[in-house]
Design a protein around this ligand. Structure first.
Ligand code: NCD
Ligand code: ZN
Length: 354
């Protein structure tokens, strides 16, 4: 008989965009209701390149939390061509930064100050390898000659494979993988190379971007790929392998910033993230492996204990909100208005979930 409820250790989100100001206030409750910890991306404008900026941002996140919500933001450094290895070490040693993020310059939202050539941060990466500080990678080349759907595969060949050969002890998370190539690459490496997988890349192929018209809310980077890649991601996520863990890449942009000429990349999946993963795992007959993916593999990779509290999903239909208000605008969640079959027990912010 199909299960009616599912209790697991409280999951963590190992890749999350919380933004700042009114947007932070509006989106944070959706993550904090379910995840115990989240790795918070540093691509603010201006980006988080200093320890002091990360500390201040962490304070703003804690201040924006709904009352009685125990949620721990884990901060990251934004790597630039000129960031100093000493600053990186200082933030890691003082436990402000848990990891550093590599955005190839111009690869995605707020990445214009990212790294133009990985050779420029060689010293920083050597230091991180020595410290055991993880490198989180947005794995896409930006070479305009490379087809947008091939940019992840090209990144493996041109940047990531040479990097792990040169620094085999460096801890690397290949973020939001979208291709079979990435899954295969990660599997072939030592245990210190892992990957996060988003709920949307497990759910949609690139067809969704053009279904009945142009669909800006299905657009994120790396862009969704062919169906065969989605199937490879589903296999990896539900395999139980320690290298693959939960990272939503929930990346809210106001509707007005998505639905325009040159709309922003990013999918706001936080409102139904765990529930969407649960649907995928159920479809793959792997509900018993959801806890490993969502709550165990990530902490093990980062050398942290898993959460002690639990969350419960019940088999109950509910609808993903059509919109989430932000100031005078709004954000549209992934699967907005759609019905899902697993619901988190207790209302958002409710102590019942704690
Ligand atoms: C992210 C964002 O909006 O900050 N966008 C996205 O499409 N995923 C940046 C990123 O992770 O690439
Ligand atoms: Zn991201």
């Amino acid at each position: 008989m199909a299960r009616e409820s599912l209790t697991l250790r409280r999951p963590d989100d190992w890749h999350l965009h919380l933004r700042d100001g009114a947007m932070l206030k509006a989106v944070l409750p959706f993550s904090a209701r379910v995840f115990g910890r989240a790795i918070v991306m540093p691509n603010l404008a201006p980006p988080v390149t200093r320890v002091s900026a990360a500390e201040a941002y962490r304070k703003r996140i804690l201040k924006a939390l709904p009352r009685r919500t125990a949620f721990t933001p884990l901060m990251t450094a934004y790597l630039t061509d000129t960031i100093a290895a000493d600053e990186i070490e200082r933030g890691f040693a003082s436990r402000v930064w848990i990891a550093a993020k590599l955005y190839p310059a111009y690869a995605t939202t707020n990445s214009d100050l990212g790294v133009t050539d990985i050779a420029r941060i060689a010293k920083v990466l050597e230091r991180m390898a020595r410290l055991g500080m993880p490198l989180l990678v947005h794995g896409e080349v930006t070479d305009p000659k490379v087809d947008v759907f091939d940019r992840e595969a090209a990144f493996i060949e041109r940047v990531l494979a040479p990097l792990v050969r040169r620094l085999p002890e460096l801890k690397v998370v290949f973020e939001h993988v979208t291709t079979r190539d990435a899954v295969d690459f990660v599997r072939a490496q030592r245990p210190n190379v892992a990957a996060t997988i988003t709920p949307h890349h497990l759910t949609i192929s690139r067809n969704a971007l053009f279904q009945g018209g142009l669909r800006p809310h299905m657009y994120c980077l790396p862009v969704a790929k062919r169906e065969a890649h989605r199937l490879a991601l589903r296999q990896a996520a539900t395999s139980g392998e320690a290298k693959f863990f939960l990272g939503t890449d929930s990346a809210p942009h106001r509707i007005a910033d998505k639905e325009k000429d040159c709309g922003c990349a990013g999918i706001f999946c936080a409102p139904a993230a765990l529930e969407t993963y649960a649907r995928v795992f159920e479809e793959e007959n792997a509900l018993d492996r959801l806890e490993a993916f969502a709550a165990l593999n990530g902490p093990r990779f980062y050398g942290l204990p898993p959460n002690e509290t639990r969350v419960t999903l019940e088999r109950e239909k509910w609808k993903v909100p059509a919109k989430v208000k932000v100031g005078t605008g709004a954000v549209k969640p992934f699967l907005a208005g759609e019905e899902l079959g697993w619901q988190l027990l207790g209302k958002p912010d409710s102590p019942k979930n704690r």
